[in-house]
Design a protein around this ligand. Sequence first.
Ligand SMILES: [Zn+2]
Length: 411
Amino acid sequence: MARVGVEKLLERLLGVKGPRVRGARFEPRGVVVEVRPPLRKSRCGVCGRPCPRYDSCPPRPWRHLALGRTAFWLSYAPRRVECREHGVRVEQVPWAAHDSHFTRKFEEMVAWLAQRMDKSATCRLMAINWRTVGTIVERVVAERLDAQRLEGLYIIGVDELSHRRHHQYLSVVVDHLKSRVVWMGEGKGEGTLHGFFDKLGPGRTQALTHVTQDLNAAFSKVVKQRAPQAVQVFGRFHVQKLANETLDEVRRGEVRDVSGTQSAAAVKKSRWALLKNPWNLTLRQGEKLREVQRLNRRLYRAYLLKESLAKGMDYRQLARASEHLDSWSRWASRSRLKPFVRLAKTVRKHKQGIVAYNQTGLSNGVVEGLNNKIRLVMRRAYGFRNTAALKAMVFLCCGGLVLNPPLPGIA
Ligand SMILES: [Zn+2]
């Protein structure tokens, strides 16, 4: 085959717009393709402004997508330029981001896989380590995240999540209508949420109609202060979570109190049978529940209270929901179960916010789905170098980012 033919073939195979292929060679690490940018004018790698040339660097490789088992590398000796603003920098190349050792197509593929696949599969397929995935995700998200994501917010949710084995917190704001994460701040509590409202500004804050949040968060105060027109909503997801935690507190208390008695066996290993929705129980868990019912009436009462509160969240009519909450609170405060007496107080105090959930028309499944997804992604991001990479990963997977990697197929 003529030499020109091979070069055209390579250009086509690489699928990278811009570089002109000048030659290729086999090396132990794969095929190294020598390229050069199509335009001779040099530009600053940081800002892209045309700049005078300063000197040149030795050739360097950029990792490109592999073809089958053959790795491809682009090789080019970039020039250095002198930018008025950034000083002496390596020039911009059309196939890669500044300071990256990978081509854009490679990075887009890595990010697309990281959105969908687990850690080890992504690393194995692309032959890079997980920290590098973090760095790539940061770069792709910085370039591609929707800059308009804070526009047109009406119903938002605020939440704080712990990461790094519960030592640090991230505060997360989601757009419920578009079901995506729009803001994240390090830390928790009032100060962090003020940071969000500062960024949002008074105009866009005015447009908020509902804010869903945790029942016992310090967020309530900030929302009242910064967005007084917005209805504070305690999402069903949060109410259920609190009911589950309260039930578990009773269970732990019972484990301590009944040890050595007959009902100890019933309490033992009952956690999942009690916390799961009744229609999801396995046969054995069902039996466990009946055992609890027979042998530990206090714990079974706590179970019924949890179920009843969850059921009350199903009412679509405000009046009925409100009525149910009232009678539930009366029952809970007479239950002689301290944790539930406390929960009854909380429910009474936040009743308006709990029934307001009906007005939002939000589906619990969607809200809870996004919440769970954020938690899963945060767990997957363990091992990233820093919080910036963790945040980028959450934006990548839950920020509504649409990527377009060069997938195999018939063109
Ligand atoms: Zn510059």
